[in-house]
Design a protein around this ligand. Structure first.
Ligand SMILES: *[C@@H]1O[C@H](CO)[C@@H](O)[C@H](O)[C@H]1NC(C)=O
Ligand SMILES: *[C@@H]1O[C@H](CO)[C@@H](O)[C@H](O)[C@H]1NC(C)=O
Ligand SMILES: *[C@@H]1O[C@H](CO)[C@@H](O)[C@H](O)[C@H]1NC(C)=O
Length: 234
């Protein structure tokens, strides 16, 4: 008994000293140069060793003013790698819509910072209203109000007003991903699209629909732009 606990104590001490002296094994320089920082972080043997790959305190700062995408994820901000979260700042110009989309790997928490944004969301099949029709969860958010879009839920946001709006979106994955429901649906071949719409959109009509679908993630709503007229500013 006694010797057994001595052994486990010794093992524990050795394990601890291994921890305190942990240094990243020097990766072959050529291998390292071929790998992105995010890939190197994924390969670290121990989490503690990852910090040697992020030596500067500035490696822990993401500057949205210098961001192309507005999303800090594990690729644009490697310090997030493996930590299960990411964060976006989304600008909604007057009369704009964020296309109907899903996030395959994350729940989204969506907070309005300025302006007003309307959201609609369908969590999944089987979520019905009292009269048995598909339930659509609609929110009209003002500054300091937030909503949640569960992982995989269809959702879209609009700013149908003549003033800009801004929101912050937090995700429960460092790699949330996105799927754009309408352009991706119409990317299928006619053989699949036509029956999906009960056969009423086909041939030239189907091509017209394909060409009319906005490909941008955030786009302007023409009717609203007309309504806001000279008031419109980005
Ligand atoms: C740390 O950041 C500074 C500028 O912020 C840069 O000049 C320096 O090369 C960085 N050091 C390392 C080890 O990345
Ligand atoms: C980012 O831009 C805002 C104005 O849009 C400014 O107030 C802020 O100081 C900027 N931050 C940095 C770090 O430059
Ligand atoms: C079912 O309920 C929704 C609201 O809960 C309503 O908008 C819709 O018109 C109703 N449909 C029918 C067929 O009563």
């Amino acid at each position: 008994m006694f010797s057994n606990s001595m052994i486990s104590l010794t093992t524990a001490v050795f394990a601890l000293s291994a921890l305190t002296t942990a240094a990243p094994r020097n990766m072959d320089e050529r291998t390292q140069s071929r790998l992105s920082l995010t890939e190197q972080l994924q390969l670290a043997d121990l989490t503690a060793e990852r910090y040697a790959l992020l030596p500067n305190d500035s490696d822990f700062v993401y500057d949205y003013n210098k961001s192309d995408t507005g999303l800090a994820d594990r690729k644009s901000f490697p310090a997030l790698e493996g930590l299960g979260g990411s964060l976006a700042i989304a600008d909604f110009p007057p009369c704009s819509m964020a296309a109907l989309h899903i996030h395959p790997r994350a729940t989204e928490i969506f907070l309005v910072v300025s302006g007003n944004i309307i959201t609609e969301m369908i969590p999944e099949a089987g979520v019905l209203t009292a009269n048995g029709t598909q339930r659509v969860i609609r929110t009209e958010l003002k500054p300091q109000q937030m909503t949640v879009f569960p992982q995989g839920a269809f959702h879209a946001q609009i700013n149908p007003y003549c003033e800009s709006a801004q929101a912050v979106a937090a995700f429960t994955s460092d790699n949330p991903g996105a799927g754009f429901v309408v352009p991706q649906t119409f990317a299928l071949t006619d053989e699949f699209v036509e029956p999906s719409f009960g056969g009423i959109i086909k041939g030239e009509d189907l091509e017209k629909v394909r060409h009319a679908i906005p490909q941008a993630v955030v786009f302007q709503m023409d009717e609203c732009v007309k309504k806001c007229g000279a008031h419109k500013k980005a």
